[in-house]
Design a binder for this molecule. Structure first.
Ligand code: ATP
Ligand code: MG
Length: 442
């Protein structure tokens, strides 16, 4: 376990370090909040011993930053003797435990052991949540975070109604999965689930895709064809990427939704159609309305009920379970992500959300050795990104340097002569920089 000791008092820091290293823990030290956050950003840390009273940034602030980045990291707050009120407060803030100064070493060790045990259980539990969810839901959706729990319960309630649902969210957040869930929980669940991607169909074919056509109704219409509306009858029609729907077609869609009737191209007869409509978009439809590229009346017609699926970076609690889920799906053998690898993923921002995580895990298995995925097995851009995403210029440059050293050493099987050559530096400089960045072969 990697433990970060944060205290402005050098003696205290060194005393704790000496003790913990002797117990076999790997320690890092910071003399203030800034240093602590920097180390935290660059190193996989599982536990932090945090002095509550420090000049500059106090313990509460450091704690807030840390828990925001990774709610799974454990924090023991070290408070002044007798300040029980603050102790209660820091626990409220999310510290896992606290100790009073002067720190008695034996209780400290007991607390650390308890935290270690809890982290192990949490890691194991991460694999179990998915089966719990599955027993309630018709499809596998991982989501222990309050945000996802809320979405799942809202989806269940709205599924029972005939309302049109608009699902919003960034790319890869699971909008389609939520749409399928609504269908499966709805009264029309034994009917079809028909999808149409409004962004992928050429404008001139769109009307025929949606409403179908009669034979000979236009050049190329060699046979009569039913459109997606008809195919979705008595089921659910999923209008994906609805923000991409060409303006010219919007009134036609609106009419079909309002009147529940469609006409195939080239036909005189109207067909009554009963479909449940779910739409999804990663665009800001309101803004598109303001820009005049999306009709307001259609917007209100679709947005009877809206569900916002939050980006993965705002529900990192779900990450361990998602990792376990995809690990099971994509690995030919049982594989676990170790604490370092998990911590690294925890700090990543996932602009491509869950789909990106899925791809990362798929790719990781081609690099991983053995049954445990370690930090070094993660794709380079993840290791690279997490350290360069924030901080000042010099912090980022340091992070880039560190990552380049790591990659080069790994690529050359830790043969320093070759790693140094590839980096265009001397071996002596390489060794100096490795010491500076505390880089050792794992
Ligand atoms: N909560 C979840 N649990 C398990 N798998 C998920 C979850 N959310 C998303 N996924 C998986 O992530 C991938 C992306 O999800 P999905 O296609 O639903 O996203 P989307 O929001 O529709 O993306 P886009 O905007 O790019 O169309 C899919 O493989 C899906 O199965
Ligand atoms: Mg989608």
């Amino acid at each position: 376990m990697n433990i970060l000791i944060v205290d402005d008092d050098t003696m205290q820091r060194e005393m704790l370090q000496g003790f913990l290293e002797k117990q076999g823990f790997h320690t890092f030290m910071a003399a203030n909040g800034d240093e602590a956050l920097e180390i935290f950003a660059n190193t996989p840390i599982q536990l932090i011993l945090l002095d509550h009273r420090m000049p500059d940034m106090n313990g509460d602030e450091v704690l807030r930053h840390i828990k925001k980045t990774n709610p799974l990291v454990a924090v023991i707050m070290i408070t002044a003797y007798g300040s029980v009120n603050t102790a209660v407060d820091v626990m409220k803030l999310g510290a896992d435990d606290f100790l009073e100064k002067p720190v008695a070493l034996k209780p400290l060790l007991t607390k650390i052991q308890m935290i270690q045990e809890r982290l192990t259980i949490a890691e194991e539990a991460a694999g179990v949540t998915e089966t719990l969810d599955q027993s309630k839901l018709p499809i596998k959706i991982i989501g222990e975070s309050p945000a996802m729990q809320n979405i799942l319960s809202v989806a269940g309630r709205v599924a029972a109604t005939p309302w049109t649902v608009l699902i919003r969210g960034e790319t890869g957040t699971g909008k389609e999965l939520v749409a399928r869930l609504i269908h499966l929980l709805s009264p029309v669940n034994d009917g079809p689930f028909v999808e149409i991607n409004c962004g992928a169909i050429p404008e001139n074919l769109f009307e025929s895709e949606l409403f179908g056509h009669e034979k000979g109704s236009f050049t190329g219409a060699s046979a009569r064809r039913r459109g997606r509306f008809e195919l979705a009858a008595d089921g659910t029609l999923f209008l994906d990427e609805i923000g991409e729907l060409p303006l010219a077609l919007q009134p036609k869609l609106l009419r079909a939704l309002q009147e529940k009737r469609i006409t195939r191209i080239g036909s005189e007869t109207e067909i009554n159609i009963d479909v449940r409509v779910v739409a999804a978009t990663n665009r800001d439809l309101k803004q598109l309305v303001a820009q005049g590229v999306f009709r307001e009346d259609l917007y209100y017609r679709l947005n009877v009920f809206d569900i916002l699926v939050p980006p993965l970076r705002e529900r990192k609690q779900d990450l361990p379970a998602l990792i376990a889920f995809f690990a099971k799906r994509y690995s030919p053998r049982p594989v676990q992500f170790d604490a370092d690898a998990t911590a690294t993923l925890m700090k990543y921002s996932f602009p491509g959300n869950i789909r990106e995580l899925e791809h990362i895990i798929q790719r990781t298995f081609t690099l991983a050795r053995g049954n445990t995925v370690q930090h070094r097995d993660l794709p380079a851009e993840i290791r690279f990104h997490q350290v360069t995403a924030q901080g000042t210029l010099s912090q980022r440059l340091e992070a880039v340097e560190r990552e380049m050293l790591w990659s080069s050493l790994e690529n050359h099987q830790w043969v320093q002569t070759r790693a140094a050559k590839a980096l265009g530096i001397s071996e002596r400089v390489l060794r100096y920089k490795m010491r500076k960045h505390k880089i050792k072969q794992l």
